[in-house]
Design a protein around this ligand. Structure first.
Ligand code: ADP
Ligand code: MG
Length: 519
């Protein structure tokens, strides 16, 4: 092998190594965190994102912003994943997680400059994260998580979000009611709460529908718009005449035969209609088409029919009403019917909706979100989804911690005091982790026009004096006080997840010292 250079990479691949690789990755990660920083907290600003097709999204939601931005750098992409996993696991705290991850990277950069080795940083960060989780346990409220606390959790997650003309308070009530509805001994079935948006009214018209809402229109204008105590048939049956019969070449060569054919068709149609009407169903959903003559007959009989249903809508109706899906009309029996307190068809401008309320097997509820424009309902939908997630999380674990930066202050304090007992350079990394967490109260201060340094000093002093201390935004005023007194609470799991996912991403990025990119 003497002296022969060995090439293992193609000539086109790009390779960055050592400090250069580290600093480029760290910079990219920091830049991503920086981009969502201004949206944090009750006075966080919104971002308007415009994609290459001119599509506009206005949002305050960390995960949404990061996903809408076209981020290519692989290290930056890892921060987007932090936000995504945060969203998936607990549904909130995405900005917090991304901002903490970015600051962990920033602190790591300083440590690398002081010649602290990457593996030491990683060990120190992991140790600090353990202490952080213990600190979170210590912050958990001793009060039982009842409806009042759940409303506070919902409200805290929505303050600062575009909730249209609605107060976070009234929305919080709707959100808690929805989650309570899907709670059972087995836990909270979060998936049974759907959010359906409909533009065209003020957001004050947002309400909780005790059932499901689907995009469907009654098959005939003169059908009843509303049926109470409905017996519901769900079919996969085409209600019409087998097409093509009339133009079959051999069939027709006299008026008599034509009349016969027409009569035969009429009686087939009437047959379907009568079978259905006599079955006792007053509402029919079918995934296939319904002949106009059949709809018109059924309309006269007072049956409400929706046809051309999507498969997932049909499944939703089945699970809400307890109906059996039937594939042939002759198989339809009364025992296949589902039940609902009320089925109604309603028109909203260009849209027609079917509401199935109070179904026999009704586990599902729908938050029916109204708003003047697409942007308003979209952002309202995101805020409500976050609130539903945090309320479900808080109810399931029964654990909440103070918000407004108080928990981060307490975590940082505990880490700093335990750092003293940690040997060598690792101690520096542990302390840096605490410094990185200060970004949350500092950012809340900056975003409310407060001096971040003064705020940090005051928060720490209050905390050391034994008080819970957060920077609370209450209407127009900003004060340092106990967040529990103001109902500013976050689920403990949101904080835990933010610490864990931010640590994971930051340590993964710090450990990389070689980036090889194929062309
Ligand atoms: P995230 O995406 O991380 O959830 P948010 O913009 O929703 O970001 O901000 C969440 C932070 O705002 C949490 O730390 C929460 O405690 C805090 N917060 C919520 N309501 C208030 C309030 N009234 N005063 C101060 N901080 C608040
Ligand atoms: Mg939030």
């Amino acid at each position: 092998m003497g002296g022969q250079p060995m090439f293992i990479l193609s000539e086109d691949s790009q390779r960055t190594q050592g400090r250069d690789a580290q600093s480029s990755n760290i910079m990219a990660g920091k830049a991503v965190a920086e981009s969502v920083r201004t949206t944090l907290g009750p006075r966080g600003m919104d971002k308007m994102l415009v994609d290459s097709g001119g599509e506009v999204v206005i949002t305050n939601d960390g995960a949404t912003i990061l996903n809408e931005m076209d981020i290519e750098h692989p290290a930056a992409q890892m921060l987007v994943e932090v936000a995504d996993s945060q969203e998936e696991e607990v549904g909130d705290g995405t900005t917090t997680a991304a901002v903490i991850a970015g600051n962990l990277l920033g602190e790591a950069e300083d440590l690398i400059e002081q010649d602290v080795h990457a593996t030491t940083i990683v060990e120190g960060y992991h140790e600090a994260a353990e202490i952080a989780l213990e600190a979170i346990d210590e912050q958990v409220s001793e009060e039982t998580v009842d409806d009042d606390v759940l409303k506070q959790v919902a409200e805290s997650s929505m303050t600062g979000k575009g909730t249209g003309g609605l107060t976070a308070e009234s929305l919080a009530e709707t959100v808690v009611e929805a989650i309570r509805h899907v709670e059972s001994d087995a836990g909270v079935e979060r998936d049974n709460v759907t959010v359906h948006t409909q533009i065209g009214a003020s957001s004050n018209a947002t309400e909780l529908v005790p059932g499901i809402v689907i995009d469907e229109e009654a098959a005939h204008d003169s059908m009843p718009g509303e049926v109470e105590d409905a017996s519901i048939a769900v079919l996969d049956v085409e209600l019409g005449v087998r097409t093509g019969e009339l133009d079959a070449e051999y069939a027709i060569d006299s008026i008599d035969q034509l009349n016969q054919a027409i009569d035969a068709e009429e009686s087939e149609v009437r047959g379907y209609a009568e079978t259905l009407a006599e079955s006792g169903a007053d509402v029919v959903f079918t995934t296939d088409d319904v002949d106009d003559r059949i709809s018109s007959f059924l309309a006269k009989e007072g049956v409400l029919v929706f046809d051309g249903l999507g498969d997932s809508d049909a499944r939703q109706i089945v699970s809400a009403t307890g109906a059996n899906r039937v594939g042939a009309l002759e198989d339809l029996e009364e025992s296949d019917f589902g039940a609902a307190d009320r089925v109604r068809a309603q028109n909203y401008g260009d849209d027609d909706l079917a509401f199935v309320e109070g179904g026999a097997a009704a586990e599902a509820v729908t938050v029916f979100v109204r708003g003047g424009t697409e942007h308003v309902v979209d952002e309202l939908e995101r805020a409500i989804n976050d609130a539903l997630d945090v309320v479900a999380t808080a109810l399931e674990s029964g654990e909440v911690v103070p918000g407004a930066g108080a928990t981060e202050i307490a975590i940082a304090d505990k880490i700093r005091s335990e750092a003293a007992g940690i040997e060598g350079r690792k101690q520096l990394a542990v302390t840096s982790f605490a410094d990185a967490l200060d970004v949350v109260p500092r950012t809340l201060a900056t975003n409310t026009g407060q001096d971040p340094i003064d705020t940090l000093v005051d928060l720490r002093a209050a905390h050391e004096g034994g008080d819970r201390a957060g920077l609370i935004t209450d209407g127009e005023t900003v004060t340092i006080d106990d967040p529990f007194e103001y109902g500013v609470v976050d689920p403990a799991d949101v904080k835990r997840e933010a610490i864990e996912s931010a640590t994971e991403a930051a340590t993964m990025i710090v450990r990389i010292d070689d980036v090889i990119a194929a062309e």
